[in-house]
Design a protein around this ligand. Sequence first.
Ligand code: IVH
Length: 678
Amino acid sequence: MAKAPYLDQDPATLTTAQLAEVIGFHDQAYWRDNAPQIPDQLYDELVERLRAEAPDHPVLRAIGGGRESDEGAEAVDQASLAAGDKVEHAVPMLSLAKCYAEAELQHWAREYDGALVASPKVDGAACSVRYDGGGAFLFAVTRGDGRRGESIGHNVTQIPNVPAQLPANLVHAYGVPVEVRGEVYLPLSGFDLVSELYANPRNVAAGALKAKEQGGVPASELRFFAYDVLGWDVPSETAKAALLTGMGFEPALTLHCDRDSAQAIYEQISAARTSYDYETDGVVYKIDDIATQQRMGFTAHHPRWAIAYKFQGDSGASTLLDVTWGLARTGTITPVALVTPVSLSGAMVSRATLHNVSNLERLDLKIGDRLLLTRRGGVIPHVEGNLGGGQVAIALPTTCPSCGKPTEVRDATRRVGGEEVVTRTLHCSEPASCPATLRSQLFHYTRLLDIDGFGDKILDQLLERNLVRDAAGLYELTAESLLQLDRMGKTLAEKLVANVAASREVSLPNFLVALGVETLGKHAAGLLASRWSLAELRTLTVADLASVHSLGPTTAEQIVAGLADQGPLIDRLLAHVTIAEPEVPTSEGVMVGQVVVFTGKLEHMNRRDAQQLVVRLGGAAGSSVTQETTLVVVGGDGLTTGKPSSKHKKAQRLIDAGHSLRLMSEEAFHAWVAAGAA
Ligand code: IVH
């Protein structure tokens, strides 16, 4: 990194030219390199000094702080915008001032004793989403350097909780374009499934947002946490959160406090963070009243009316004692670091996954190294870095730790954010007969199909006693056979059998994902199931699959090979399960103009898949019934019996008031879709 000029001189002694040079340097360090070298206050002081000496200096025009400019939106020729094109932010996307202790927080709040709001700081990628005056999605942009980001609309439209169209009542009430800002993140539950392949959820989210073709984690797995609205005025942050909800977004969790209760809120969020499905690295405080915010204004880098109070104490150093190797679902053998116990976020940690061979190599681990550990989302131990000092090299096991068969190293190439990333993983060469692999496959199958009660202990015993060899075997279990297991009673045995039986009818997408084929996740499964039946899928070639718009060639290859490998398992499963294959047309666009809301328990698809189907066919999927809604699909037999849901009731009220909205059963919906949604 270049050295800052005139660091050792008192700013008061600098000439105008020197001042401009220093400011230019620190401006680049901050915006371009993302590596500020001086505190914001000092930077502001330099800028103010230059402003006093030479108000028209070109450097002042070039640096950040152009908050008032509202070009941009109009300047963007959105029709010709391609993925990755640079887009200027209408208002720069600033960062937040940070603090790490209660005293610093109180110092920030010292002059304001009014209402504050606090939200978890989500660790993802900032994103701006733009809508036109009619409330239609226009484009979306990454934060980039804060002034210019990259166009990522092609991916943001795949995020289920980013609406494609804003509700008509709000659009009419405001009548002007609007921008929504927020943090895009990968839920931790989704990261669990790919944690062997990626270093952290933030990188996955950033990569998936920028990706120009499919291959990595699809954007449909991401979620958007909305925290700001620009263009539609509101009096307070509290009102903003309510407005965002009305717009169809999920606003940041907003808690109320004042400076006296601010620390207690920090502790509350810190304690609750392990239950959030996203990584949080602190608490963001804002002054609730927007008029006060406007009076306080901004430094060149951050608003004065907000601050991020970061969590700490959840990283610590520890020594690598050994690396053990465990087995994952697909027969991947994953390294786990065993370390000297260290206290992190209130718990003792003595092991942390190292994910894969590439990660092990990247960290260049040796036994005896000092490691820097954190807990992901405050929970999952993670090796952040290697401080070195170890001597003993780590050898990859040549035989599978579960079955003793030879291992093999495989390289998988993925495109993440336009870059090729090679991940090296170690595999059992005979997963079909490897007990640990079978166990994790069974675990995956039961988890995906919501078959409760089959934890590791039960699965281990089932495999040891040869009661089950694969997922199909689950359907042959009887209460009597289960009674052989340790600590198994009649009631539990019967419940397990009933839980399995409840999965005898499955949707095709769920069935495909449950097979545990690498890269055949929810996104790919939904795409495949909307085009082909299972029988057809089993005969498709790589070329057929690669014709699907968003599946890359590597994914296509892995899916074809994986389905062929799982052929025998599929045959055995089909003796026990029926696949509900809703007839779905292949023509896209049959739902253009429809705004569909699902309510009640769906029988044939889960709600996400159903919403994705609507979007794929050109419609919009809403999460609440509004005047915009054209169709409400009621799951189960909720249309004829039982208590109507609140969405159902609201739809009925709108119909009674003369709106042209339709209510339909799930069956009728699938039939209607199959008939071309006329
Ligand atoms: S308010 C001026 N609220 O943190 C920006 N930001 O360091 C005002 N972030 O890039 C942002 N969670 O994307 C706000 N609850 C939250 C947030 C949040 C995460 C991100 C934001 C920004 C970064 C600022």
